[in-house]
Design a protein around this ligand. Structure first.
Ligand code: EPZ
Length: 430
């Protein structure tokens, strides 16, 4: 298994280009099969999750042509299978977006039930509630979701839980249903809006994405389109917190500052200087950072996908901070790893009390999920000595050229896959 080996202590200084939003791209790629014509999608992040979903899409018969690492054309005309194998769902939960796309277009779909993951049980009851409300018969048999409908008819649906996945999945199922669908208590994340904008560019009729109510008037068919995925605000925020934690001065480029408002507010609250430009944000930290409190919430609140990154940074801020994770039930495991680097943390239920320390000391830690892994790399870059982060396959699912981008702003980090390589790195940097 590959690892990252990091020598901490360098300030991160420089500029980083941010890639396309993984969580928007996953919904957009699934939605692309709903047209019977070629659609072109640009600004895709070249990360494992995207590559797995593209395999699943070509696996059901759609034609997929990778023009380059960030651009693909998809034509759903020849889709001939409506079932998505378990091994795709096992690799990426978001394969379940094909449920909404296939049901919406072909009125049938069969997708393996996604399991839980390291951050929580991840139920999909709201997805199924939406499909049933539109008229689909949805059964769970032998670990599979089987959804079929003679007709899909628009309905007024109120989600019990604000869910990004359910909002996107049911929105897709509704775009070719008969009549008007009204979705309430929906997720408003930028990637939900991006999927809606993409569907509209293919001829769908969706209004209100990004607000509390989305209205979808069904259309007969969808057509060709060319679309570029929005920048990834979570990748951007990860580098912004890396600047804060390493007393750095980093500018993230090709971002939409509005999507980063909650992140910018927290960085300023702890004492960073933040400069906003049209499509860039600069974060400067002198290291004299102070504690604050943060609670993760659906957008526009502070994103749960940024919780590990702010947690690591707060562990180096003077004073006592409290982090409350209101979205997932098990997203503090990285703090146990951080404690092994010297952090002073106490977890009680969905809250963590973090007492700032002067510095971390490098240690061997594990990336337990995508964002926790990235956060532990930030900890290693801020620590004294050498940190080894195991299981970086999680990080590679959602961060393109992560170690190269960190090296380009002064991070001393390498990807290795043997103890020998670790020894070589340690000798080289000592
Ligand atoms: C998406 O997951 C993201 N993944 C997650 O990012 C992100 O953390 C999450 O949204 C919240 O922003 C993708 O977009 C591929 P939810 P999703 O449905 O859609 C409960 C990353 O690091 N819920 O918004 O699965 C659920 O248990 C990943 O990139 C139900 O109860 O999240 C959770 O408590 C990690 N029933 C809450 O809603 C349902 O049917 C929010 O989950 C669905 C969800």
């Amino acid at each position: 298994m590959e690892q990252y080996v990091i020598k901490g202590g360098n300030r991160l200084v420089g500029e980083v280009e941010i890639g396309g939003a993984k969580n928007a791209a996953l919904g957009i790629l699934a939605a692309a099969i709903m047209a019977d014509e070629t659609v072109l999608i640009d600004n895709l992040p070249d990360v494992n999750d995207i590559n797995v979903l593209l395999d699943a899409i070509s696996g059901i018969g759609a034609s997929v042509h990778r023009l380059d690492r960030h651009m693909v054309t998809i034509n759903g005309k020849n889709v001939s299978a409506y079932n998505i194998d378990y091994d795709y769902i096992k690799k990426i939960r978001a394969s379940y977006y094909l449920l909404g796309a296939l049901l919406g277009k072909y009125k049938r779909a069969e997708v393996a039930l996604p399991g839980g993951c390291n951050i929580g049980s991840r139920p999909i009851d709201q997805h199924l509630k939406g499909f049933r409300a539109l008229g689909a018969d949805v059964e769970i048999e032998h670990g599979k979701i089987i959804a079929e409908a003679d007709r899909l008819v628009g309905k007024h649906i109120y989600f019990d839980v604000v869910s990004v996945g359910a909002t996107i999945n049911v929105m897709m199922a509704a775009v070719m249903a008969e009549g008007m669908t009204i979705l309430e208590n929906v997720a408003k994340e930028p990637h939900v809006v991006d999927v809606a904008n993409f569907l509209n560019s293919m001829g769908a009729n969706i209004r209100g994405a990004g607000t509390d109510v989305i209205k979808i008037r069904g259309v007969q068919r969808l057509h060709t389109a060319e679309y570029a995925v929005i920048p990834d605000q979570i990748e951007a925020g990860t580098f912004m917190f890396a600047a804060a934690a390493t007393k750095g001065d980093v500018t993230v480029k090709n971002v939409i500052p509005k999507h980063l408002e909650a992140t910018i507010a927290k960085l300023e609250e702890i004492g960073c200087k933040v400069e906003e430009y049209d499509d860039a944000v600069r974060v400067i930290s002198d290291g004299n950072l102070s504690s604050t409190h943060v609670k993760t919430l659906p957008y526009p609140g502070f994103p749960t996908d940024m919780q590990p990154q702010i947690g690591v940074t707060l562990a180096l801020c003077k004073g006592t901070s409290v982090v409350t994770e209101s979205i997932f039930e098990n997203r503090f495991k990285y703090l146990d790893e951080l404690a092994r680097m010297g952090a002073n943390v106490k977890i009680e239920g969905n809250s963590a009390t973090i007492q700032g320390v002067e510095r971390f000391s490098g240690a061997r830690v594990s990336a337990l999920d995508l964002r926790a892994g990235a956060a532990l790399c930030i900890a290693g870059l801020a620590a004294e000595g050498i940190t080894i982060v195991d299981d970086i396959v999680y990080i590679q699912r959602g961060y393109e050229h992560f170690e190269e981008k960190l090296r380009s702003i002064g991070g001393i980090i390498e990807k290795v896959n043997s103890e020998k390589d670790i020894r070589k790195f340690t000798l080289k940097v000592s």
